[in-house]
Design a protein around this ligand. Structure first.
Ligand SMILES: *[C@@H]1O[C@H](CO)[C@@H](O)[C@H](O)[C@H]1NC(C)=O
Length: 398
């Protein structure tokens, strides 16, 4: 009943007033329960966790280990009241207690209420504070949380994005800001990345900012090694491509690209600097694609090095079908022979059909049907390809 009243009261108050109001209310709750507790002979932590915090018996057994020193329900009662006052549901409170049972031993008057007041002073609404508590019950009450929020919110662009980032990387609030996070951010900024680029990079590389700065420095060195300049637009993608891969593996991948595409040292660096993600292709895929582009389509290695996007398309669903259409049209004198395969590969499906299929309804009435067949892995007789390796069989092994 007390919780409900307090909750309603909280909702009706302007945000600034909540922290101090809550503070006095929880003090009241703490006093009343402390009196009640004195009469209890012994305090069974596990039972308390089940009855009051709604943990399962197994969760309670596990959680009770770290708080077995609790002798009365007075502190936990006050904490539970505090959390309910923040707007956390019974299920939320159970989740928070499972994550960090020691929270139940926190002092509401000396730790939680002042922290809440500070967070509110920094402009966080009660709902934002509640969500912060849910994301990291162990860290929100530390004194360092304020300086971390002050640093992270502008970096990630908003509190909401930061909350997402905290869900993706639980170390953000526990890592050392000065020794780990700030040096990493400074280094990335030196490479020309802005806050927005850094936040974007943290989506695929969730732990980037909390990674040992020495390792991040290695990533930067590797990105430069493979041919991407600091300050270039591709640098972020280069970091993403080389992150958490050993120097040896990256060197081996560069060698593999050179051998497979018959590229010179300079050419492989051109390809990688234009599209660092080519480093993430498997050796098997690189072999199949190079075999097709060089032997079947007849492209020059250098031509491919300057157009590494060719390596990103599906062999079976894009590269082979479009080659078949372009080749057929050229061989039958329906398309100028200098028309580029690359531009035919790049366009959307809709545009390709509009430019390469539809205009030939009269001169090549079977073209749409043949294109559909080859796109689904069956190469029709009219589309015979040269090499045995890039013919029918490879089209079916996706
Ligand atoms: C968190 O991860 C999800 C799922 O991978 C992603 O969609 C989201 O953009 C990430 N958010 C941030 C801020 O890193």
């Amino acid at each position: 009943m007390l919780h409900l009243q307090k909750h309603l009261l909280l909702l009706s108050l302007p945000p600034r007033a909540t922290a101090s109001t809550l503070f006095s209310l929880t003090r009241f709750a703490a006093t009343t329960t402390a009196v009640a507790a004195k009469s209890a002979a012994s305090f069974a932590v596990e039972d308390y966790l089940v009855a009051t915090c709604h943990l399962t018996r197994d969760q309670a057994t596990k959680a009770s280990k770290s708080i077995s020193h609790l002798k009365s329900p007075s502190r936990p009662d006050a904490v539970v009241a505090f959390l309910a006052g923040l707007g956390l549901s019974a299920a939320d409170i159970a989740a928070v207690v499972v994550y960090d049972p020691r929270l139940l031993c926190a002092e509401v008057d000396r730790t939680l209420a002042p922290r809440l007041a500070e967070l509110a002073d920094h402009g966080l609404s009660p709902s934002q504070i509640a969500r912060l508590v849910l994301v990291d019950p162990a860290r929100f009450r530390r004194p360092t949380v304020i300086s971390k929020l002050q640093y992270y919110i502008p970096l990630f662009g908003s509190f909401e994005t930061l909350l997402q980032a905290l869900k993706n990387n639980s170390y953000l609030l526990s890592s050392d800001l000065e020794k780990v996070v700030k040096p990493n951010v400074a280094l990335l900024r030196e490479c020309g990345l802005g806050a927005c680029d850094i936040a974007k990079l943290c989506v695929p590389l969730r732990r980037l900012l909390t990674t040992n700065p020495e390792r991040v420095r290695d990533m930067v060195a590797q990105a430069e090694n493979v041919g991407v300049r600091r300050g270039s637009k591709m640098f972020r993608h280069a970091i993403q491509a080389v992150a958490y891969i050993s120097e040896e593996k990256i060197a081996a991948k560069m060698q593999c690209l050179m051998k497979t595409f018959k590229w010179s040292h300079a050419e492989v660096r051109i390809a990688v600097s234009k599209l660092p993600a080519v480093l993430r292709n498997s050796e098997d895929r690189l072999h199949r694609v190079s075999e097709f582009l060089i032997s079947e389509v007849g492209l020059e290695p250098a031509h491919i090095a300057y157009r590494p996007a060719l390596l990103t398309y599906s062999l079976e669903r894009r590269l082979i079908p479009r080659h078949c259409v372009v080749k057929y049209l050229k061989e039958n004198g329906l398309l100028e022979t200098d028309k580029s395969y690359y531009s035919a590969v790049q366009m959307t499906e809709e545009v390709f059909v509009e430019k390469y299929i539809s205009p030939y309804e009269d001169t090549a009435p079977h073209l749409a049907e043949d294109y559909a067949a080859v796109s689904s892995g069956k190469i029709p007789a009219r589309f015979r390809l040269k090499g045995p390796k890039t013919g029918h069989s490879s089209a079916q092994t996706a």
